[in-house]
Write a protein that binds this ligand. Structure first.
Ligand SMILES: Cc1cc2nc3c(=O)[nH]c(=O)nc-3n(C[C@H](O)[C@H](O)[C@H](O)COP(=O)(O)OP(=O)(O)OC[C@H]3O[C@@H](n4cnc5c(N)ncnc54)[C@H](O)[C@@H]3O)c2cc1C
Length: 295
């Protein structure tokens, strides 16, 4: 039997975690729910880590709290915790919708939002909504504790800015939606699929005072590149335009021409994904506008 680690630590604080990582000098790795890490360790037969450092007993990383209109979501918060938050359901609806479709209940009960982000796949469901919510992440990177825009954490497919043998993702912050604002998430998944979707889309919209026009919008359609990014062509196509079906069709046309998803032998062809851009964008924008109009 292959031994994947020798020691397992369960620190109770951020300081204790950092002391452990420092003492192992790159030979220990952070684990949260383990739903990505353990699969990868078994599949790739990575060299054994001397130790795993489990961050799920650190209270600060396991809580969702609110300060005014800003939500702070610990990196060790599970998808199930997010789905069961009524405040997030009302004011960060797309995050509930994306975390609610990750894996099945067993996966959601242990898998964390932080793990989804550090795993760094552009189609991670939680990731797509965090990008549309314009989230920021508090990290300890290179020994320094700071807030970064979510996009800065991604370096390529499966490649995070954070080195999980030395760095720590602490929490996210997102501003909840106010009046005239709403979000929505949807994805296309193979019926037998258990991991990543064919395509995911999250949108955030703010309507004009009379709720007839888009004042501004954010969108993230992924995977359409090596990292999850804001789909700015859609945002520009919506800003200032009437909140009508015609505007959505115009945005879909622009997005379909501008985005070039690639073929994945496990998920779908590039052509199918391109076709689905319109389906998802139409679905999410329609839902977000209805919500922002109070429907
Ligand atoms: C059956 C199955 C179905 C799945 N379905 C989906 C799906 O539908 N959609 C989807 O997006 N994903 C899916 N996944 C992938 C996975 O469940 C998610 O990405 C999950 O959010 C990962 O979280 P975790 O806590 O398990 O991460 P872990 O596996 O514990 O960690 C992942 C990576 O992040 C690092 N890490 C974790 N936390 C921190 C931290 N706080 N600071 C620094 N580094 C950290 C670890 O070292 C590791 O490199 C599925 C996985 C399985 C096994």
């Amino acid at each position: 039997m292959t031994i994947l680690w020798e020691h397992y630590h369960t620190p109770k604080s951020i300081d204790e975690t950092l002391e452990l990582l420092t003492s192992y000098a790159g030979r220990a790795r952070i684990i949260a729910g383990g739903t990505d890490l353990l699969v990868d360790m078994r599949a790739t037969h990575e060299p054994a880590h001397e130790a795993l450092v489990d961050i799920t007993a650190i209270p600060e990383l396991r809580t969702i709290r609110r300060d005014g209109d800003v939500f702070y979501i610990g990196a060790g918060v599970t998808h199930t915790q997010i789905v069961h938050s009524p405040e997030l359901a009302a004011q960060a609806t797309c995050l509930i919708e994306s975390c609610g479709v990750v894996g099945g209940p067993q996966v959601r009960n242990v898998a964390t939002l932080g793990g989804n982000v550090v795993h760094a796949l552009p189609a991670g469901d939680g990731t797509v909504s965090l990008v549309a919510l314009d989230a920021e992440a508090e990290v300890i990177h290179g020994g320094e504790r700071r807030w970064l825009p979510i996009g800065e954490l991604y370096r390529g497919p499966g490649l995070s800015l954070l080195d999980p043998t030395r760095d720590l993702l602490i929490q996210f912050r997102v501003r909840g939606t106010g009046s005239r604002e709403a979000t929505s998430f949807s994805r296309i998944m193979r019926p037998q699929g258990v991991a990543l979707p064919i395509l995911g889309c999250a949108v955030w919209v703010r309507l004009s005072e009379d709720r007839t026009h888009y004042e501004s919008a954010r969108a993230c359609i992924a995977p359409t590149g090596p990292t999850p990014e804001r789909t700015t062509v859609v945002e520009e196509a919506l800003a200032g335009q009437p909140a009508t079906a015609e505007t959505i069709q115009a945005a879909i046309k622009i997005a379909t021409e501008a985005l070039h998803p690639r073929t994945s032998k496990y998920r779908a062809t590039a052509d199918y994904r391109k076709e689905m851009i319109g389906v998802l964008l139409g679905r999410t924008l329609t839902a977000a506008v209805e919500r922002a109009q109070g429907g």
